[in-house]
Design a binder for this molecule. Structure first.
Ligand code: UDP
Ligand code: MG
Length: 135
């Protein structure tokens, strides 16, 4: 079993799509190990996205992710990191396959409904960032 960090981003929470996205997560065989609805501060957003600090849109990403409530989850499944990224779909929803969450719920490449860890190291870091007590 592998774990990954998933976030339902402010656009999808505001559009009241959280329930539909959680339903897809469960229908696709993930176990939700932890789940918390919260709003990130600007400083938390900058810390969470620190790996992207040199990208031109860093300010937009951090202000967007902290702009409203998010739902943060730890998901568990065999090969969870890849399985969750496959279910999320491409970063740009215009390029995402039709069955994916981003194709169905994202607004654009920035407001793209969901986040997922991209590798075992980042999954461990991101899970510890939000759920430091989780073993
Ligand atoms: N992003 C953006 N513009 C871009 C690329 C990315 O606003 O041209 C945002 C988008 O919200 C994306 C996040 O930055 O989800 C992180 O980018 P990454 O390349 O890691 O994409 P992801 O892993 O989310 O598919
Ligand atoms: Mg990424």
């Amino acid at each position: 079993m592998e774990r990954t960090l998933a976030i339902i981003k402010p656009d999808a929470v505001a559009a009241k799509n959280s329930g539909k996205i959680i339903d897809l997560i469960e229908k696709n065989g993930f176990t939700i190990v932890r789940m918390q609805k919260m709003q990130l501060s600007d400083n938390q957003a900058k810390a969470f996205y620190a790996v992207h600090k040199d990208r031109s849109f860093f300010g937009e990403m951090t202000s967007f992710i902290s702009s409203g409530p998010v739902v943060v989850m730890v998901l568990e499944k065999n090969d969870a990191i890849k399985a969750w990224r496959d279910l999320m779909g491409a970063t740009d929803p215009k390029k995402a396959a039709a069955h994916t969450i981003r194709a169905q719920f994202a607004i654009d490449i920035g407001k793209n409904a969901v986040h997922g860890s991209d590798a075992p190291e980042t999954a461990a870091q991101e899970i510890a960032f939000f759920f430091p007590d989780l073993k």
